[in-house]
Design a protein around this ligand. Structure first.
Ligand code: AMP
Ligand code: GLY
Length: 425
């Protein structure tokens, strides 16, 4: 079959890479893709947020399956529009995508469904938000309710910091419309994990566990980013914990959506904090994690095209996933300066040598200029390697990374340290 993939980041490269290797898939088309994706798919220069042009592309290409990678087109209703025209789509409709698009909706639904999560209140009035923060006490977490590319969350150590953040958001200064409503949350302590599920109506198929590093600097210090690295499996997610996340978090939230008449088809991503009282939900996303998708796809052995088509056509029941027993680890290389400003167009060399060293080079924010790969975004590459355990996968990824020739690139040196500490125990 022909598959159309929407998006052009590291996650979409991993999806296209795996689809290309799926026996059921004969052709992959990607909009807009990137220079790495161009090795796996035919890239078409249509922006992933341009709903009208994407619909026209689908009409022109007539794919048997459309896979929507990022959250923005899903929240904009691309899934609904494609389904109305009869396409098989992997990715939820607009109403279900609100689980990610509105933290206030998501928290309300969690409360309704009895899904464990941090205590919270939602506010639009700055004085009431401040009063709430004072009641909760520090540390406390302030979140812009709308989409903010992973940057709309302030984990405040002091009341003053939280009040300033909430007032900035509500005045529209920090995140525009996305901050017109804030969620104020109790601070949760523990280790974080990413638990992803392929969902099709009542059928919920767990993916193997993964973990990412959101902070920019070694030791999980510095500002939050979209993700500086990830690995799978995550040793902290024992089979017992995975079972709890499925039964106490994924099933009830999908059931609560259904009660409201909303069906979910696509990836449910539960970001969970493993607390002393069990796993608690930090957030839901409605797509594969980026960069979690890179190690997950590197380990998946099943035919991805077949699985996603089965989900899109509501016949996921009975489908199972096979995984490589080895671990995979992805180190993200960013443009030095990210998540602040940086210069674009810097030439990047050594990618061939990285691949010869046995790692997979997933492209994110790259472009091609005069026959050279250059940086074109904040997160630029995801260097991914397999190994018998996370320690070995990390060793291989970092050994391969020594071949990278890009002075303007920056990456963390300690991806996987929590998992490795557990492995060494
Ligand atoms: P979110 O986008 O809601 O997952 O938040 C981004 C990051 O902020 C999470 O990955 C956590 O590291 C942190 N965070 C969010 N909510 C909380 C919380 N209630 N307690 C502690 N840390 C949190
Ligand atoms: N890696 C975090 C995310 O995809 O939201």
């Amino acid at each position: 079959m022909k598959v159309l993939v929407i998006g052009g980041g590291g996650r979409e490269h991993a999806l296209c890479w795996k689809l290309k290797r799926s026996p059921s898939v004969s052709e992959v088309v990607c909009a807009p893709g990137n220079p790495g994706i161009a090795k796996e798919a035919r890239c078409v220069a249509v922006n992933a947020e341009d709903i009208k042009d994407l619909l026209q592309l689908a009409r022109d290409e007539q794919p048997q399956l459309v896979v929507v990678g990022p959250e923005v087109p899903l929240v904009m209703g691309l899934g609904d529009r494609l389904r109305t025209e009869g396409f098989a789509v992997y990715g939820p409709d607009r109403a279900a995508a609100e689980l990610e698009g509105s933290k206030s909706f998501s928290k309300t639904l969690m409360a309704e469904a009895g899904v464990p999560t941090a205590a919270f209140e939602t506010h639009t009035d700055p004085d009431q938000a401040e009063a709430c923060i004072r009641r909760f006490g520090a540390p406390v977490v302030v979140k812009a309710s709308g989409l903010a590319a992973g940057k709309g969350v302030i984990v405040a150590r002091t009341i003053d910091e939280a009040v300033t953040a909430a007032r900035d958001m509500l005045s529209g200064n920090s995140f525009g419309e996305a901050g017109s409503q804030v969620v104020i949350e109790e601070f949760l302590e523990g280790e974080e994990a990413s638990c992803l599920f392929i969902v099709s109506g009542d059928t919920i198929l767990p993916l193997d566990s993964s973990q990412d590093h959101k902070a920019l600097l070694d030791g999980d210090k510095g500002p939050n980013t979209g993700g500086m690295g990830a690995y799978s499996p995550a040793p902290c997610v024992t089979p017992a914990i995975a079972g709890q996340v499925l039964e106490r978090i994924a099933r009830p939230i999908i059931a609560a959506l259904k009660k409201r008449g909303i069906e979910f088809i696509g990836t449910l991503y539960a970001g969970v904090m493993l607390t002393e009282d069990g796993p608690k939900t930090l957030e839901f996303n409605v797509r594969f994690g980026d960069p979690e998708c890179q190690p997950l796809m590197s380990r998946l052995q099943s035919d991805l095209g077949e699985v996603l088509l089965a989900a899109a056509e509501k016949r996921l029941d009975g489908v199972r996933l096979d995984w490589d027993d080895r671990a995979a680890l992805c180190v993200v290389v960013v443009s030095d300066g990210y998540p602040g400003g940086f210069e674009k167009g810097q030439p990047i060399a050594g990618l061939g040598a990285i691949e010869q060293a046995g790692a997979i080079v997933f492209h994110a924010g790259t472009a091609e200029k005069n026959g050279h790969i250059v940086n074109a975004g904040g997160r630029v590459l995801g260097i991914t390697a397999l190994g018998d355990d996370v320690s070995e996968a990390r060793l291989r990824a970092y050994q391969a990374l020594e071949k990278l020739d890009w002075p303007g690139g920056f990456y963390r040196r300690d991806i996987g340290y929590r998992a490795i500490a557990r492995e060494e125990k």
